[in-house]
Design a protein around this ligand. Structure first.
Ligand SMILES: Nc1ncnc2c1ncn2[C@@H]1O[C@H](COP(=O)(O)OP(=O)(O)OP(=O)(O)O)[C@@H](O)[C@H]1O
Length: 309
């Protein structure tokens, strides 16, 4: 079952074709990482899903109901968190959520208990000061509380972690992960490590189309090769190592060699021990000794580079 489907959706701004026949299906209950470079069209897609902009063509359905531009009917099912949510800084979190709840028709004890539950849910139950003094992380968490007030089936988050420091990001990602099973989350980002941390499905938007859409596990299996990562004392040594290993590419287990500063990554096929033997033999023959030598799992960065190249 899918909570959200986009079929053959296209959108241009003047002569700029941002989305070209985009098809996207988000499985119910998933945390779906919607990945793309800056300007790929993630925000545009989200605005179309929310009915805030008009698609040139195509169909969008949320929970089986068609989204229509300018109408908010499907937004009953949808909560939305923009990248930098705006609040009234003079209000407390409780006052703000009460106001939002009233706007959605909640009243009396139902409103009070819902606000209290949401503040607790996002870790702001004891934050009694004004929102103006909140950190960015606290603001994002309040944004989630607001988006969840109506218990939406689908929560849309547009690059929610891009403005957060590492601690705020960790807290926020933990919060999103804790919502698994309660709502479906469409989470746009260009921070691939965030996707790896909490998402179970991934879609990669590139050149107006979803180039890949799969479970994270399938994607790793299908695309990425495992690799050996070596670090050297200097970039010059790393370059020497890469030059030495390059001719081994495409045979002898070594698939691809890339170098950046003091690091060399060697993607390999087959058995780790055989690839490691091959690499170390080549390096030690010229007494080029790495500082570190480690096996790494396939990661989303590699897959992303492979898809967008
Ligand atoms: N209202 C608009 N008028 C003209 N061009 C627009 C408009 N909205 C978006 N664009 C253009 O469409 C493209 C996609 O923008 P969008 O904001 O959807 O990308 P994004 O993937 O969300 O990028 P980012 O990660 O930078 O937020 C960009 O080139 C942008 O300049």
């Amino acid at each position: 079952m899918s909570i959200l489907t986009l079929q053959h959706v296209s959108k241009s701004f003047g002569s700029k074709h941002v989305l070209r026949d985009l098809n996207l299906t988000v499985p119910t209950g998933s945390i779906y990482g919607f990945v793309g470079e800056n300007g790929a069209g993630k925000t545009t897609t989200m605005k179309l899903i929310l009915g805030l902009d008009r698609a040139d063509s195509g169909d969008i359905e949320v929970a089986g109901e068609q989204v229509r531009f300018g109408e908010t009917a499907t937004n009953r099912q949808t909560g939305y968190l923009p990248d930098v949510p705006a609040f009234y800084g003079y209000m407390t979190a409780t006052e703000y959520l009460r106001m939002c709840g009233q706007l959605t028709g909640l009243r009396g004890t139902a409103l009070a208990s819902r606000v209290t539950a949401m503040l607790k849910r996002v870790g702001l139950a004891s934050a009694s000061h004004r929102i103006g003094g909140f950190s960015r992380g606290m603001r994002q968490r309040l944004g989630i509380a607001q988006a969840l007030l109506t218990m939406p089936k689908l929560l849309i988050c547009d690059e929610p972690t891009s403005a957060l420091d590492p601690q705020g990001r960790t807290e926020f990602l933990d919060l999103l992960a804790s919502l698994r099973g309660q709502t479906t989350i469409l989470f746009s980002t260009h921070i691939l490590s965030d996707v790896e941390r909490i998402c179970d499905h991934v879609g990669i938007l590139h050149q107006g189309r979803l180039q890949v859409s799969a479970s994270l596990a399938d994607l790793k299996q299908q695309y990425a090769k495992p690799q050996v990562r070596l670090t050297f004392e200097t970039a010059v040594q790393a370059k020497q190592a890469a030059t030495l290993l390059m001719p081994l590419q495409h045979h002898n287990h070594v698939q691809q060699v890339t170098q950046s500063a003091g690091e060399v990554a060697v993607a390999y096929a087959g058995i780790y021990a055989a690839a490691a033997d091959r690499i170390l033999t080549a390096l030690l023959a010229v007494r080029l000794v790495p500082l570190t030598f480690s096996q790494e799992e396939a990661n989303l960065d590699q897959i992303f580079m492979e898809v967008v190249q």
